[in-house]
Ligand binder design. Structure first.
Ligand code: ATP
Ligand code: DP6
Length: 306
């Protein structure tokens, strides 16, 4: 086969915002969480990642560019995603260009990946979620991987936990699973994007600076040092997951909003309970929370204890 051809696929994936948070892993390598989580996937035209993946026999190694700058692909997470997708690659044929790639050719071929986030990267807006979900999805399309979204979510999870939820639109649950190999730790859709049209999410970017503590290292410290996390994962989250699923199915905004606020506050409390403590909020975030609480009280929203 000639080596002057190139095949390309571009995909766009929105980020997701957790309303019941994932924080803490029971297996760091496979990225298996200590609790289920639920998120809302944003509309693709807002906060999203656009990724183009290309393959050509003239590429001598796999490479990735993030927001225009080349970054290392050597991390275990990127490598896991590439390995898992390559292992499932199918035959690809483009008759118009006279290109034929058979399943086993993919082991020898290299890919180039160019990814852009249209929002701040590593600033607490789940760039790894959109980024890794988009990477897995676009590679799967390029290599003609014949797997459904739940299987792809299990691969994206190995790139970044929260990424497994961005494979679906609407309301999504990441089931923590029990299997040691992570086979049952996948995302499922609770309700699609049309289910709750009136729900509007406002994102207030209070800082675009990179976080001082990445989610990965922050949650590692939390698992090692926080007693509150044990209580949260075992006692609090399982009950909240059931209530949140009900609130979403019934479009019950009051319960949805209370659960979301309570869970976010407990997540930040767990961060504070970590040694050394992790601070993700700043004074502006605290003021916004205060205003929202006052607004809710002025509207007469009943204060329910979740
Ligand atoms: N488009 C992308 N393609 C590939 N990798 C990405 C992309 N965007 C982000 N990442 C990876 O994710 C890392 C940021 O992940 P991190 O979890 O620390 O922050 P975040 O996801 O933006 O915030 P949070 O997890 O608090 O919501 C980046 O340093 C980069 O390695
Ligand atoms: C606070 C969170 O956004 C944390 C997300 O953590 P990541 O998914 O970025 O962490 P890794 O699995 O280590 O890549 C909560 C959530 O999205 O559920």
């Amino acid at each position: 086969m000639a080596d002057n051809w190139i095949l390309m696929v571009t995909a766009r994936t929105p980020t997701n915002i957790a309303v019941i948070k994932y924080w803490g892993k029971r297996d760091e390598k496979l990225i298996l969480p200590v609790n289920d989580s639920i998120s809302v996937t944003l509309d693709p035209e807002h906060l999203c990642t656009t990724t183009t993946v290309a393959v050509s026999p003239s590429f001598d190694k796999d490479r990735i560019w993030l927001n225009g700058e080349e970054i290392s692909l050597s991390s275990g997470r990127f490598q896991s995603c590439l390995r898992e997708i390559r292992a499932r690659a199918g035959d690809v044929e483009d008759e118009t260009k006279g290109i034929k790639v058979s399943r086993k050719d993919w082991e020898q071929l290299h890919v180039h990946i160019a990814s852009y986030n249209n929002f701040p990267t590593a600033a607490g807006l789940a760039s790894s979620a959109a980024g890794l979900a988009c990477l897995v999805y676009s590679l799967a399309k390029l290599m003609n991987v014949n797997e459904d979204n739940s299987r792809l979510s299990g691969i994206a999870r190995q790139g970044s936990g929260s990424a497994c939820r961005s494979l679906y639109g609407g309301f999504v649950k990441w089931i923590m699973g029990k299997d040691e190999d992570g086979g049952d730790s996948i995302a499922v859709q609770i309700a699609d994007e049309k289910h709750w049209d009136e729900l509007v999410i406002i994102i207030a970017v209070v800082s675009s600076r990179q976080k001082e503590t990445s989610s990965t290292s922050g949650m590692r410290d939390t698992v090692e040092t926080s007693l509150l996390l044990q209580h949260r994962a075992k006692e609090v989250v399982p009950k909240r997951i059931i209530k949140m699923e009900e609130a979403i199915k019934n479009r019950d905004f009051e319960s949805f909003a209370h659960l979301t606020c309570a869970d976010s506050n407990q997540f930040h409390a767990v961060c504070l309970d970590t040694h050394p403590p992790i601070f993700y909020m700043n004074d502006t975030s605290h003021r916004i929370i205060s205003i929202v609480e006052k607004w809710n009280r002025s509207k007469g929203t009943p204060q329910v204890n979740f």
